[in-house]
Each structure stands twice: as C-alpha cells, then as structure tokens.
Design a protein. Structure first.
Length: 296
C-alpha cells in the first residue's frame, strides 16, 4: 500500500503478497490505509539466516525527514525503528525498501522469526479470548515524523514469547490465523555487538500514516468472501501466444496443471468408452451366438 511517498507491504519468498480492497480512512486526524492479504499457517515470515523468505517492508521514496515507525502484530507492539533522512548525495537505491523487519534478535547468535500460525478456536461460551474489535489478526505499521537529541547504548531486547492466540469463532468470525514469535534459533554468523545504538526521541511532531494489513486463511477464502477476484479458466488457452504482458511462472505452472488434469480426464473417459464397447461386442445377440474373437 502507498500513501504519497510512504509505502508498506509484506513479501514472501521474495515476492510481494497481493493486496485486496485497499481503503483509506481518517480517525482523529490520522490517515489509515487498510487492505487484505492472504496468509498460510506454518509459513515462517522471517528466515533466521537472512534469506529473503518473507518479511515486513517499509519504504520512503523521499527520505527528507526522520521517520519513526512501529509494528504491531496481533495487537502486540514491537520495538520501533527509525528511517533517518538522507543526504542528497546518498547512493541508496530508490526502489529498494528503506527498512526490512526480520523479527527479534535478542543476542549475538540468536534470532526469533515471525510465523503465521493457526489460532486456537474457543467454545462459544468461552470469553477468555480478545474482545471484538481488538487488533488480533492484523499487522499494523504506523509512521511518525520525529526529531532526535543524541544516541546511546541499550541492551538488546530479551526473547519474547507470543503463544498462539485463542479466539471465539462467533465473536471473531473469519479470524483463523495469528502471528507468533518462533523459538530463538542460532545464527550462522555471530553479530559483533551485543548492544544497539538507539536515539532519544525529543518529539513526535506529526503522525504520517498507519498501514493496517488484516489477513484470513488462504487465498480461496478471500475469493469466497469476494475480497479477492475469482479465478477465470478460459475454454481455450494458447501457451504460444505473444502478449505484451509477460506470463508469470506461477501462471504458466497453473496452466500446465490445468492441461494435465484435462488430459487425465479425457484418458479416463476414453478408457471407459473402450470398456463399454468391449462389453457391447461380447453381449449375446438375439437369435445368435456370442461374437467370438477372430482367430489369428
């Protein structure tokens, strides 16, 4: 999603997740952009060895002001980060994410990845889960213009536990997934510093924008709820046709799978037809004998 020069999105396996029904609202003077993204239980959002498996991206194309941003996962606020303004001579690539959130690193050799997980479905009479309207089932990224005084050292955040959430199916209809922090894993390379450089924020002078990304289980559910567009299967598909738009690899795989299924279906129909013809040939004729096979 994009708001002027700011944007935020989720990537999985190096590819941006699709966003559906992007809406813009304002509440107490703060701009909110909301959309739906698909999720998969058990899918790790962050790879512990920095391979681009999946992560939260934040980008500012201008980088003319200092921007502080925080990320909330299922209503739990994570430590904030800062996008510092850049000099005009900066060599930073304008199309690359300004920041990538890869989870917690509580020590020099440990990393806690984020992961989608299935929520625990509570009975209808169980009210121990979160209240309706809570932020369970969403990722929230809020950006604020900030000014700073000085930098200092601060110990790394200790390991954080976010167990699978329990939700009441009636009160939280459609919320089946949540995000949790996985167990700390060892990194292949040890970090040089145990402490982090942190700046003291003097003031938060201006709320810029908040990106809200709710998710539901699987893309098929989004299609069933008419949030995502349905799949369209054309009667005739040409794989050799020239098009201005390059056919994506996953689309080509889907088409190949479609033709394989069609071929398998035709094969079964042909086998059934052959069996029917053989039975018809062996069926006794009225006033005659059973047709025998010709001799060699």
């Amino acid at each position: 999603m994009r708001s002027e020069n700011f944007s935020s999105w989720i990537e999985v396996d190096g590819k941006k997740l699709p966003e559906f029904q992007v809406e813009e609202t304002k509440e107490n003077g703060i701009k909110y952009l909301t959309c739906w993204i698909p999720s998969e239980a058990g899918k790790v959002i962050i790879d512990p060895y920095w391979y681009p498996y999946a992560y939260v991206c934040v980008h500012d194309t201008d980088r003319e002001i200092n921007v502080g941003f925080g990320i909330g996962i299922d209503g739990k606020d994570l430590p904030g980060r800062v996008l510092f303004r850049l000099d005009k001579d900066s060599e930073e690539e304008p199309d690359n994410p300004s920041a990538i959130v890869r989870g917690f690193q509580p020590s020099r050799k440990k990393f806690q990845p984020f992961a989608f997980s299935k929520c625990i479905i509570l009975p209808d009479d169980d009210t121990t889960g979160p209240e309706p309207g809570s932020k369970v089932g969403q990722i929230e990224v809020d950006l604020t213009e900030v000014e700073f005084r000085k930098s200092k050292k601060r110990k790394r955040v200790k390991e954080v536990s976010t167990p699978a959430r329990g939700v009441n199916e009636r009160r939280h209809k459609g919320i089946i997934h949540c995000v949790e922090l996985g167990e700390a894993v060892k990194l292949e390379e040890e970090c040089d510093e145990v402490e982090l450089d942190v700046v003291d924020c003097i003031s938060s002078s201006r709320d810029l924008v908040t990106f809200v990304l709710p998710w539901i289980i699987y893309i098929d559910v989004l299609r069933a709820e008419r949030i995502a567009p349905p799949l369209i299967h054309p009667e005739v598909i040409r794989l050799d046709q020239d098009s201005e738009d390059e056919i994506k690899e996953e689309e080509l795989d889907r088409r190949i799978e479609f033709f394989k299924n069609e071929a398998e279906s035709l094969k079964k129909q042909l086998e059934a037809f052959d069996q029917k013809e053989k039975r018809r040939a062996l069926r006794p004729r009225p006033g005659g004998r059973t047709k025998s096979k010709p001799k060699d």
